[in-house]
Write a protein that binds this ligand. Structure first.
Ligand code: SAM
Length: 203
């Protein structure tokens, strides 16, 4: 995974750089200026960290050293950590929100529940979690040509994710068509992935 994203950073960034992330508006309206946001699998910081760092204090975490190197250049006002999100050591009850935009499905799906529990711990009570998920479950598979490199994916379906969010102590606020789109290349059709916006249950 790390090598794959190290190799395709430039190509991936060239697509994402010119995009914006409308789904982030869901968080923006709920947070105060200067709120702390964790960007999980932040890539090279565009578009999400770039958008958010105008108003908020952003910390991005990414497994790819090349992505993190570029993110530091693209968004100098944010902090970036080069690490696996499953091993990174972050402070409990520290963040007002977390966003995982197109990143969760790169982790083995058996780890997703554990990731949600970690995010829950890092959020303040009442904190928000915005995540791109998938409509249908997919067993692990390899895509041979993802921006010119081999890539791994696995995910559950939206229904299972909703259950996991609830089980790990989140209240789901929104879970469907939020007008999100994603394009693997300028000439490719947009992919639509559902998003879940959830809130850490208080107390
Ligand atoms: C499809 S890209 C999404 C990047 C960015 N969030 C965006 O919206 O364009 C997935 C990112 O997740 C990162 N990633 C994959 N597995 C990870 C893990 N276990 N921990 C941290 N980052 C990871 C990859 O390195 C890559 O930068």
């Amino acid at each position: 995974m790390q090598e794959g994203y190290d190799r395709c950073t430039a190509e991936y960034e060239s697509v994402r750089r010119s995009e914006s992330e409308p789904a982030l508006e869901l968080l923006v309206g709920k947070l105060h200026k200067g709120a702390r946001i964790l960007d999980i699998g932040c890539g090279s910081g565009v578009p999400a960290a770039r958008q958010l760092s105008c108003i908020f204090e952003v910390t991005g975490v990414d497994l790819s050293s090349e992505m993190v190197r570029r993110a530091r250049k693209n968004v100098p006002s944010a902090a970036f950590i080069h690490s696996d999100i499953m091993t990174v050591d972050l402070t409990d009850s520290h963040f007002d929100a977390a966003a995982a935009i197109y990143s969760i499905f790169h982790l083995p799906r058996e780890e997703h529940r554990g990731l949600f529990a970690r995010v829950h711990r890092w959020l303040k009570p009442g904190g928000y979690f915005l995540a791109t998920v998938s409509e249908e479950g997919e067993a692990p598979y390899i895509e041979e040509d993802f921006f010119g490199t081999t890539m791994y994916w696995s995910n559950y379906g939206r229904r299972e994710y909703l259950e996991m969010f609830r089980d790990t102590g989140f209240h789901v606020l929104e879970s469907d068509a939020l007008g999100h789109g994603y394009q693997e290349a300028h000439h490719a059709a947009r992919e639509h992935h559902p998003l879940i916006l959830a809130q850490k249950v208080q107390g």
